[in-house]
Ligand binder design. Sequence first.
Ligand SMILES: [Zn+2]
Length: 310
Amino acid sequence: MAFKLFKNGDELYESSKELIKRGEFTKAREYLVKSIDKDGGVDDVAAVQVALIDLSSRLTNVNAYQNLLNALNKLTSSSTVEFGLDTIDAEDLKTECALTIRKIQLLSSSGSGSELTEKGKALQALAADYQTRIGAKSLIVTGLFKKDTSVTGNTEFYNLMAVSYETMADGAVFDNPQQAAEYQQIAAGYRQQNGQSTEENMRKVREYSRTCTCWMCGRVATGEGIHFYSAPADVSPSLKDSASSAADSRADTKHIYICRACYSAISNRSDEISKRYYQQTMQQMQAMEARLQAEIAALQSQIAFARMGR
Ligand SMILES: [Zn+2]
């Protein structure tokens, strides 16, 4: 067998398969790119493999999925792509890329109030697409690069439905904490179906449904952490709870409940007072600094005078 210094396109393409199997993606990518430049190999499959390798280190990057989708759309020589020991269905991967792009874009968007309600609805539409278009099949990318085949179209459905209701809860909590508590309860149901913890959801359900009587103004407020707060205070045991209704006005002898309005009024006033003290202190320090500078200057001139006299 003759010794060859340079591999031709076919040989590079074949070698890259071995490298991918061994997980040597950097070298495999190099070989694949060279095989595309030279004659030989299967260029459209190689382009998909390059895009997959590029995706492997950027699993939350929209552009990486878009590049892979573009390469898949140009694939005509085969309906499948080999990647290491896996054979991937090109149409399945296209579906997954398109859904993942939507998912990343939706999850990274932000907003408040009704924008969050809209985001929640869009997440539900996406969840339904995962369920109908991927269903019980495992996600390909997660299987390839995270070696996890437990994530399927159906588990993504439950996951995204939970996130959707949590998002809508965030949107509703300011105007309607009761509604937000209901949304959190529904989200917990989806998390449970997915075998995930519902602790955070249930904590919010409790907080959003909790009602108090403000210690200061006596108004009834619902939604702890949003519409009322528990504030540290020294409550004498002999002080009776001022609440006449069922809602308490203190948590214990160390905390009282204050509604958002009273709380913000106190915070704003105390900020004003702090600012005034800060300015007074700064003025006094500046005056002191000027006095000290003057004394230093006087001392320096006395020293200079004493030296001259020697
Ligand atoms: Zn109040």
